[in-house]
Ligand binder design. Structure first.
Ligand SMILES: Cc1ncc(COP(=O)(O)O)c(C=O)c1O
Length: 388
C-alpha cells in the first residue's frame, strides 16, 4: 500500500468542476492582479476569522514581512519568536535588519512558552510573533498580557492554523495582526503561493494595503517604501471555491486525529513509552475548531528511533516529514546572533524526535490502519519494549 504524506489529487478530484469554472471566469475577465475575486476572498476570510480587515498578499512569508513593516520594525529592533517554526517566521525579521530573539517552546504544544517571554524582552523589543504550530493556537492570554506590559505589537503567525480557535477566539484575531499562508499543503491551500494579513485596526489595515502595492496611494504616489505583495486573482478564485469546504476538511482532519489516537492507544505504544501523540490543549465544548491538525505530529521517546522509524515507513510506502529538523537558533544563516546548542533544549529535543504522519482529509481508515500497523511492527523489531 502507498500512503503519501499529502494527497492533493484526491482533494482536487472532489472540486474539479467548481475550480475549473472559477478559473475560466478569471481567464475570460483577463483581470489577473487583485480585483473583485481578491476583494471577495478578503471579505470572506475576514468574516471567517472574526476580524474587520483582511489583505490578500503573495505568500505567508510576504504576509509576515508586510506585517512587520506595518508594525514599523526597523534595523536594530528586536522581535521575539519561537525557534521551532518554519524559517520564514524569523527570516522576515532578519530581512528588515532587526534581530530575531528566540524563546523556547512548551513541550506539549510546541508553541512559544509564555512564561519565558518576559525574560527576553528589552527596551529594544518592538514586536512578538507567536506561531500557532501544526494547527493549534499558542497560549494567547499570557502572551497578550506580557505584550501589553512591554508595549509590543503581536503578530500571530497562523500560517498553519486558519480556523483554529483559542478559548472561542479565531487564530489571527487575537493579536494586533494575524497572518495566513495559502501554500498548497495548508488546510486552505491555493494552486501556488498566496497569503493573507488580517487585523482589527483601521490604521494598520490602511498601511498594509499601501505596503502591498509599493507603498503607493494613489497609484504612482509613494508615501512609504513597500513591495509587490499582491495576491493573484486566479489564486483568490480557487481559494473562494475551497474556503466553502474548509470547515468540513478540518473536521475530517480532527476525526482522523481522533482515529489515530484511538488506534495508537489500542496498540499500547504510548503506554509502553515508545511514542507520544499530539495533545489538543484548548478543548472546546462541541465540535469546534480548537485544533485544525495541519499536521499530526508524533514523537519517539528515544530520539534515536525517529530517523530509523521514518526510513522504515518510507520503505513501506508511507510518506512522513520532519517539521523541523534544525531549530532556527542553530541555522547557519543566524550564526551571528550568537546562539549555541543547548540554548533552547525543548526545541532541540522536539527537532530530534518529531515525525509528522499523513492526516489529510481524504485519508482512509484502511490507510490509517496500515500506518499504525507498520509503526507497531517497527517497535517490535526494536526489541520488545526496550527503548533504551
Ligand atoms: C509557521 C509558518 N510561517 C510562515 C510560513 C510561510 O508561508 P509561505 O510558504 O506561504 O510563504 C509557513 C508556511 O510554509 C509556516 O508554516
Amino acid at each position: 500500500m502507498k500512503v503519501p504524506l499529502l494527497d492533493l489529487k484526491a482533494q482536487y478530484a472532489s472540486i474539479r468542476d467548481d475550480v475549473r469554472r472559477a478559473v475560466d471566469e478569471v481567464m475570460e475577465s483577463q483581470y489577473f492582479i487583485l480585483g473583485p475575486k481578491v476583494e471577495e476572498l478578503e471579505k470572506q476570510v475576514a468574516a471567517y476569522s472574526d476580524v474587520t480587515h483582511a489583505v490578500g498578499v503573495s505568500s505567508g512569508t510576504d504576509a509576515l514581512l508586510a506585517a512587520l513593516m506595518a508594525a514599523d520594525v526597523q534595523p536594530g529592533d528586536e522581535v521575539i519568536t519561537s525557534p521551532f517554526t518554519f524559517f520564514s517566521t524569523a527570516g522576515v525579521i532578519a530581512r528588515l535588519g532587526a534581530r530575531p530573539v528566540f524563546v523556547d517552546i512548551d513541550p506539549v504544544t510546541y508553541n512559544i512558552d509564555p512564561g519565558k517571554i518576559e525574560a527576553a524582552a528589552t527596551p529594544r523589543t518592538k514586536a512578538l510573533i507567536p506561531v500557532h504550530l501544526f494547527g493549534q493556537s499558542a497560549d494567547m492570554d499570557p502572551i497578550m498580557d506580557t505584550a501589553r506590559k512591554h508595549n509590543l505589537i503581536v503578530i500571530e503567525d497562523a500560517a498553519q492554523s486558519i480556523g483554529a480557535e483559542y478559548k472561542g477566539k479565531k487564530a489571527g484575531s487575537i493579536g494586533h495582526i494575524g497572518i495566513f499562508s495559502f501554500f498548497p499543503s495548508k488546510n486552505l491551500g491555493g494552486f501556488g503561493d498566496g497569503g493573507m494579513v488580517v487585523t482589527q485596526d483601521d490604521a494598520l489595515h490602511e498601511k498594509l494595503r499601501m505596503l502591498r502595492v509599493h507603498g503607493s496611494k494613489p497609484k504612482y504616489y509613494h508615501k512609504i517604501v513597500g513591495g509587490n505583495f499582491r495576491l493573484d486573482a486566479l489564486q483568490a478564485a480557487i481559494l473562494l471555491v475551497k474556503l466553502k469546504h474548509l470547515d468540513a476538511w478540518s473536521k475530517k482532519r480532527r476525526e482522523n486525529a481522533a482515529a489515530y489516537d484511538a488506534k495508537f492507544a489500542a496498540s499500547g505504544l504510548p503506554e509502553s513509552g515508545h511514542i507520544s501523540t499530539p495533545v489538543p490543549v484548548y478543548k472546546a465544548s462541541g465540535d469546534t475548531n480548537h485544533h485544525i491538525y495541519n499536521q499530526y505530529t508524533i514523537r519517539t521517546t528515544d530520539p534515536g528511533h525517529r530517523d530509523t522509524l521514518r526510513a522504515f515507513l518510507g520503505e513501506s510506502g508511507i510518506g512522513t516529514e520532519i517539521y523541523y529538523p534544525l531549530p532556527l537558533h542553530l541555522q547557519e544563516c543566524f550564526r551571528d546572533l550568537g546562539y549555541k546548542k543547548g540554548d533552547f533544549p525543548i526545541s532541540e529535543e522536539a527537532a530530534a524526535s518529531v515525525l509528522s504522519l499523513p492526516i489529510y482529509p481524504e485519508l482512509t481508515e484502511e490507510q490509517q490502519d496500515y500506518i499504525v500497523q507498520k509503526i507497531v511492527e517497527f517497535f517490535k523489531t526494536q526489541g520488545n519494549g526496550d527503548n533504551s
